[in-house]
Design a protein around this ligand. Structure first.
Ligand code: GLC
Length: 813
């Protein structure tokens, strides 16, 4: 006998939802309230605020008043933008010095044009339904390419992809059809024929970006909350990144040790094992700055504790490690064990810090410690409480914290907190559904701010798995639980490139792969690549094969030592790029597209990247492979290993036996390399060599570089304790001149006696260097000032005393 289920509506096809979607309707009136323009439509209104000549916010709202508060992602914006407004029969046009925004009065669709009336962006009317979902579609020409969206699977260009932003703990699988991972950065960059603009939907609930389903449009929608959109004009991709980061903030310069090599494992089980690990790094002369403590350091996974048996003397351990130049970064998850005898839990309950169910009871979820409560980081007083608790760690000498499981991840079917759990949100309560994506970022913010207070002027380091737009202000991001698969090594490149375009310069995957067993070859290839990722940590899961650098015998170890060492030799350059990222928001690791936006060969180039502007890295990411195709953009590119010069604008076949990862430097560029060190904040000798590639004896040759340096650990640089050394190389028909100068000598003096200059593949053979003696390479190596020419490698090496007043070298050719 059938029940009523026999006639369930879904058996009769889909209900047409079209009818449910409402639109704002025709224009009714334009009002101005301070800097805000309110466009009233028949069924809703749009508030438009210009933040600069090339950036505006448009928020759809219902009712009389608009709430213009933003999420914490957006930095307070101030200033007046001069906008002219003209109302015509069919349009309202807002004009700044750079763009015009055209509202169609018939339906309040919105177009952005340049001042010549050329269309940049076309938004069709925003629609919403009774469930509170909202979306809009946008014109998508056939030449469209898409970037950004933070941490997503698949290739660099997101055309043809569809993603959801809903911070999710995805242990497996990280495959192209996974639409949501741990981080949500609702920034989409749309590039058409080399011209770009960005759309940032500031909504910390679920949002969807669909560049797949429609032929001539893409769609951006959200499930709850407001359609609060920022338009960010380019036209250069770099402009979009730099403007987006002026809106959502830039990373602070990290401590130098945080950009060294990091070693992790789930878990190093006891104090003895950690100390042994550190001693092994030093004995084997493999540089390392940080060892991580995963969840087993805690007393039954209670945060802010150490297991008293396995780690009886954390302070002593920390001191011994510091004497070896190694720091500890412990994991701190948000789940606080429900345990009546546990101080943090007691305090959290007593002081009302935990997220509550709508009905008022504390919300509990299962995580590593078992039943746990979760701090409500949306409340400033709870964030401050959590931050203060880190004194437990900082008193032990800890300066870095690893935030994990902060999506928040919970071991249940939905993988997270109940959607109707409530967040106090500083007096404006909202459901978890509305704030889900911001939870992890607020945890890292609380952690970062707590550490800043406790570290007495030292820079903290926070690593996070979950995040929202603006996370770069507080934490570095690692890309979660990948696997020891070649495919995951390859995917890390476009993922981290897009994170960089989304404002997160400090990012990287678990090198070697987290889950599954790595192999010697995979670990070699991945470490070669990882040595150039902004965040560089080898991490592996419980139950997998060991993947410390010496785990696969001497040959593997030697190659890993070489590449980890290379990262340390490149440290002056890397640190410089981190400084640039802190100043202008541009990423350290870049898709070629960022530098060559008009080159059609790079729009979806996902398996090579640039470090800064001029260092091209082309990893090998397949097994048993000793050759790979490399695309060299315009210019001449010099093979880092062999010195061979290649004309760009074409593909070459690189030979890459296991010990070689293909690397190329653009002719006309300069890169600073330092000495090999075992830890990044070893400042005993900061000798640096400026490597000049492809110098030419002709008047049109010029190259320049600026080396930023400071103490690498404190905030004193913000008070001027910094050094900037500018180097210039100028060509001429009879001589080539290298000159250098410090911009404010004496503000910060680096420990350095000498400077080196090496000219690789110059177009000339040097005859003399004025004022310098020609020496043997041995004499140069012994530290004497002078020059030497390596005719086989075609390299001119020069060494001089480093003086505050700078200097100049004239090379006769
Ligand atoms: C999560 C993290 C992983 C960590 C593990 C145990 O899976 O992503 O990095 O090792 O938890 O804490």
């Amino acid at each position: 006998m059938d029940g009523s289920a026999a006639i369930k509506p879904d058996k009769y096809g889909q209900v047409h939802e079209q009818a449910l979607w409402q639109r704002i309707g025709a224009f009714e009136a334009l009002e101005k309230d301070g800097e805000t323009y309110i466009c009233r439509g028949a069924k809703g209104s749009a508030a438009i605020i210009f933040l600069s000549d090339d950036m505006f916010r448009v928020k759809i709202f219902h009712g009389e008043q608009v709430d213009l508060s933003s999420t914490v992602a957006v930095l307070p914006q101030s200033g007046h933008v001069s906008v002219s407004v003209a109302e015509h029969a069919e349009q309202v046009i807002f004009r700044t010095a750079l763009i015009q925004v055209v509202l169609d009065k018939s339906n309040l669709s919105l177009a952005v044009e340049d001042l010549d009336g050329q269309l940049i962006m076309q938004q069709h009317p925003v629609e919403w339904n009774a469930r509170g979902e909202m979306h809009a579609s946008y014109a998508m020409p056939t030449e469209s390419h898409f970037y950004g969206l933070g941490e997503k699977t698949s290739f660099l260009d997101k055309r043809g992809e569809k993603y959801t932003n809903w911070n999710t703990d995805v242990y497996a699988p990280h495959v192209p059809e996974i639409e949501a991972l741990y981080e949500s950065i609702p920034l989409l960059i749309h590039m058409v024929e080399g011209r770009s603009y960005g759309l940032f939907l500031d909504n910390p609930g679920r949002s969807d970006f669909d560049m797949r389903s429609h032929e001539t449009s893409f769609k951006i929608g959200c499930s709850t909350g407001a359609y609060d959109l920022y338009f960010i004009h380019g036209p250069q991709l770099k402009d979009v990144v730099s403007r987006y980061t002026s809106l959502t903030g830039r990373m602070d310069l990290p401590p130098k040790w945080a950009i060294g090599y990091h070693q992790s494992r789930y878990s190093y089980m006891n104090q003895q094992e950690v100390l042994e690990l550190a001693r092994t790094f030093r004995a084997k002369q493999i540089p390392c700055d940080v060892i991580y403590l995963d969840i087993h350091y805690m007393d039954e996974y209670r945060v802010f504790t150490f297991d008293p048996v396995r780690f009886p003397d954390p302070k002593g351990m920390m001191e011994e490690l510091r004497s070896m130049g190694i720091r500890i970064v412990p994991i701190v998850d948000p789940g606080v064990k429900k345990d009546a005898k546990y101080k943090i839990y007691q305090e959290g309950v007593r002081e009302n810090h935990f997220v509550k169910k709508m009905e008022g009871d504390i919300y509990f979820g299962e995580v590593w410690p078992g039943t746990s409560a979760f701090p409500d980081f949306t409340e400033d007083r709870t964030a401050a409480w959590w931050g203060d608790k880190h004194k437990y760690y900082t008193d032990l000498g800890i300066q870095g914290i690893w935030n994990d499981m902060n999506e928040p991840a919970i071991f249940n079917e939905s993988k997270t907190m109940d959607l109707d759990a409530m967040h106090g949100n500083n007096g404006k309560p909202l459901t978890h559904e509305e704030l889900h994506n911001i939870y992890g970022m607020l945890m890292s913010k609380a952690t970062y701010e707590g550490l800043c207070e406790q570290l007495d002027g030292q820079r903290p380091f926070v690593l996070t798995r979950a995040g929202y737009a603006g996370i770069q202000r507080y934490a570095a991001v690692w890309t979660g639980d990948n696997r020891s698969f070649w495919e995951h090594m390859a995917m890390a490149m476009p993922m981290v490139m897009n994170m960089g375009l989304s404002g997160i310069p400090f990012a990287g995957p678990d090198i070697g792969g987290f889950a599954h067993d790595t192999s010697s070859e995979l670990l070699i290839r991945w470490t070669q690549m990882g040595a150039f990722f902004p965040y560089c940590r080898n991490h592996s899961a419980i139950g997998t094969v060991r993947q410390e650098p010496w785990s696969f015998g001497e040959k593997t170890e030697a190659i890993l030592r070489e590449y980890i060492g290379l990262r340390y030799r490149f440290m002056p350059h890397l640190y410089n790029l981190f400084h640039d990222a802190a100043v202008n928001g541009l990423p350290v690791l870049r898709p070629l597209l960022l530098e060559y936006p008009n080159d059609p060969n790079v729009t979806n180039l996902s398996d090579q990247f640039l470090i800064g502007e001029d260092l091209l890295i082309a990893p090998v990411y397949r097994p048993d492979t000793t050759h790979r195709a490399v695309y060299l953009p315009e210019g001449t590119w010099i093979d880092y290993w062999t010195g061979e010069a290649h004309a760009g604008g074409r593909h070459i076949l690189a030979h890459a036996p296991l010990e070689i990862m293909p690397m190329y430097v653009k002719a006309g560029s300069i890169i600073a390399e330092g000495l090999l060190k075992q830890s990044a904040d070893d400042t005993a000798n900061e000798q640096v060599t400026f490597h000049v590639y492809g110098a030419a004896a002709s008047a049109d040759f010029a190259a320049a570089y600026k080396l930023y340096e400071d103490d690498g650990v404190s905030f004193a640089h913000q008070q001027g304790a910094r050094s900037e050394l500018a180097v210039q190389v100028a060509g001429g028909s009879e001589s080539v001149t290298v000159s250098w100068s410090y911009s404010s000598p004496g503000a910060f003096r680096v420990n350095r006696e000498q400077l080196g200059f090496t000219l690789h593949q110059p177009s000339f053979v040097p005859k003399a260097v004025a004022g310098l003696a020609q020496l043997s390479f041995d004499a140069l190596g012994a530290g004497q000032a002078g020059w030497a020419w390596d005719a086989v490698k075609r390299e001119l090496h020069m060494q001089v005393a480093d003086r505050a007043e700078g200097g100049q070298l004239e090379i006769t050719v």
